[in-house]
Write a protein that binds this ligand. Structure first.
Ligand code: PMP
Length: 394
């Protein structure tokens, strides 16, 4: 039977990682895969994570199953981190999931349960896994304009025009902050217009938030999600702790589903639990417990916030250095967008051929859609990259 299987398309980013590993050039620069790296190229275990893990090893007395929704303390801690007091907790159902990907997957499955004919509107471009999971689940995808390849900012007029086609049975998927792959984000006035459209059309928003704390700060990055949560009747939120706690492989995510009325929360929660049960039964607990331990301990939380802030400001400094160096070498302001973008990524908006040229000539690895991971840079490689970009005529 297994001989019936067809080869699956290769994951482009994982393929790029393999090429990078095999490249013998000492000067190679990895701007591909989306993990944070410090100035020495290391993805560190954060101090507060280590401390929380030590505490868990010492104090945990059982590894029996948690609930189907995971540990309630985790949902509460994450709800407070992300939503603060923007919405009545009685309206929120939540389940722990294996990573943000698990939360995205469960969100789409919940949509399918609620309306098998729902279409999901996604930004063009978006994180490729959004599109591939939707395709896998047989859910129709509609792309809305998002990135202006001239200005490298959001094409807001195009976005609103395309979202004009959405209907009450449909879903709009939005990135809460630090848009992946472009780095271009809506401002709060634009978010308000999107909220007005959502309420006008009666569609369901899903917010995917995987980089809280990587853009303008923990509170600032949650501002749009809180604004939406306080302004719409229903909302799904898929959150990831992979990046901001640096616990990628622990698979730590949360799906929150906000119902219009508190009376509906129990049924929504039952559906979320059911989905977990069908897909993997109990969610992973270790990463969730680390997060909960940190968020509930003022000292650990302060240390985590300080380290996260160092990471964020380090990435912002690299953005500014790269923009400045490009300005100096090209004599033009056309790369100013790099300092405006937020999060780990910027899409520089060039062709796959030129991306390939940077790899072949300069051993610079970025994703084919010209997304680069800013955290893959350091003070030295910024100038190498800037020169290569200008030399390539980008
Ligand atoms: N959403 C977006 C937009 C992402 O960029 C990512 C990570 N690449 C995720 C969700 C999921 O992250 P994870 O499953 O690793 O928590």
């Amino acid at each position: 039977m297994l001989t019936n299987l067809k080869e699956q398309p290769k994951d482009k980013i994982l393929g790029l990682m393999a090429l990078y590993r095999e490249d013998p050039r000492a000067t190679k620069i990895d701007l591909g895969v989306g993990v944070y790296k410090d100035a020495t190229g290391v993805t560190p275990v954060m101090r507060a994570v280590k401390a929380a893990e030590r505490r868990i090893v010492e104090e945990q007395t059982s590894k029996a199953y948690t609930g189907l929704a995971g540990d309630a303390g985790y949902s509460t801690a994450m709800r407070d981190l992300l939503l603060a007091d923007s919405v009545d907790p009685a309206r929120i159902a939540a389940v722990a999931t294996p990573g943000g990907t698990g939360a995205v997957r469960q969100a789409f499955e919940l949509v399918k349960q609620a309306n098998p004919n729902a279409r999901v509107f996604v930004s063009n471009p978006t994180w490729p896994n959004h599109v591939s999971i939707l395709g896998y689940l047989g859910i129709e995808v509609v792309k809305y304009r998002y990135f202006d390849t001239e200005t490298r900012a959001v094409d807001f007029d195009g976005m609103m025009e395309d979202l004009g086609d959405i209907t009450s049975g449909d879903v709009v998927l939005l990135h809460g902050c630090c848009h992946n792959p472009t780095g271009a984000n809506l401002n709060l006035t634009q978010w308000q217009s999107v909220i007005d459209l959502i309420n006008d059309k009666g569609c369901l928003p899903i917010i995917d938030i995987a980089y809280q704390g990587f853009g303008d700060g923990l509170e600032e990055d949650a501002a749009a999600t809180r604004l939406v949560a306080s302004s719409v009747p229903e909302l799904l939120i898929a959150a990831s702790c992979s990046k901001n706690f640096g616990i990628y492989r622990e698979r730590t995510g949360l799906l929150m589903a906000i119902s219009e009325k508190a009376e509906s929360t129990a049924v929504t929660q039952g559906n979320l639990n059911h989905l977990n049960r069908q897909n993997f039964s109990f969610p992973p607990d270790h990463g969730a417990r680390v997060v909960t331990t940190i968020l509930n301990d003022p000292e650990l939380k302060a240390d985590w916030m300080a380290e996260l802030e160092e990471m964020r400001t380090g990435m912002l400094a690299l953005r500014q250095q790269l923009a400045d160096e490009l300005q100096r070498l090209s004599g033009s302001d056309r790369f100013g967008f790099i300092a405006e973008h937020r999060g780990m990524f910027s899409q520089i908006g060039t062709t796959p051929d030129l991306v390939e040229k940077l790899r072949a000539d300069n051993a610079i690895y970025m994703v084919g859609d010209s997304r680069m991971n800013i955290a893959g840079l350091n003070a030295q490689s910024v100038s190498v990259l800037a020169k290569a970009i200008v030399d390539a005529g980008i």
